[in-house]
Write a protein that binds this ligand. Structure first.
Ligand code: SF4
Ligand code: SF4
Ligand code: FES
Length: 213
């Protein structure tokens, strides 16, 4: 059985499981840290969304909390000017190629981007960057769900879950702003190896993969 260690987050002490990643330890203590790409229990997180930054006493630069294991006596600050700047920039980058029409989105009011904006008092619109959205076709071929690449934030959760359930129907294609989730040979999901188990839809934090109902 795992022991406990004591950490301090924003001036408050908490007992958390030894060896736990800081992001999950903080969330379990009721401290919100923005995150999109991490999966609990993952040995080597992707750390691609760059939203979960914190500052840790003794470390020169902010670090991603999803990759950082807790240690006894760790002192963490979740809100500093440097952390806030990094999170704001990462968030706006995500929005720069995102189809932001929440009222028309099936994930409206149940979306992690909206939650991050609310928690961190960030605007759900571009303030410094130009929009880079190249509208891509939506795949509504599955019976119960839709894949909308224009609302995908490339967190990779669906791809990893698809691998975990052993289907191997989807993966990433292309690079940079053209990067997206696709099936092998880029065919519609209903014509692919996808067995419509819908596990990927359950983990998608945005309107990228949504149930039709
Ligand atoms: S995915 Fe979220 S932020 Fe994007 S349009 Fe849908 S509800 Fe709005
Ligand atoms: S479709 Fe959803 S789960 Fe998959 S990469 Fe995009 S945002 Fe993440
Ligand atoms: S949750 Fe840590 S980088 Fe995405």
């Amino acid at each position: 059985m795992k022991g406990k260690v004591t950490i301090t987050i924003d001036g408050q002490q908490y007992q958390v499981p030894e060896g736990e990643k800081l992001l999950w330890a903080a969330l379990d203590c009721g401290i919100y840290i923005p995150h999109l790409c991490s999966i609990r229990g993952e040995e080597i997180p992707e750390a691609s969304c760059r939203l979960c930054f914190v500052e840790i006493e003794g470390l020169p630069d902010p670090v991603t909390s999803c990759t950082q294991q807790v240690w006894d006596g760790m002192v963490i600050r979740t809100r500093t000017p440097r952390v806030d700047r990094l999170v704001r920039t990462a968030f706006e980058l995500l929005l720069s190629n995102h189809k932001l029409r929440c009222s028309e989105c099936l994930k409206n009011r149940n979306c992690e981007l909206q939650k991050i904006a609310r928690e961190r008092k960030l605007k759900l619109k571009l303030t410094r960057l130009r929009p880079m959205l190249e509208e891509k076709p939506v795949d509504d071929s599955p019976d119960g769900f839709i894949y909308d690449p224009n609302r995908c934030v490339l967190c990779g959760q669906c791809v990893r879950v698809d691998r975990l359930v052993g289907t191997g129907a989807i993966g990433f294609v292309n690079r940079g702003f053209s990067r997206r989730v696709a099936t092998f040979a880029d065919i519609p999901l209903a014509a692919s190896r996808c067995n419509q188990c819908e596990e990927c839809v359950k983990v998608c934090p945005t309107g990228g993969l949504v149930f039709k109902k």
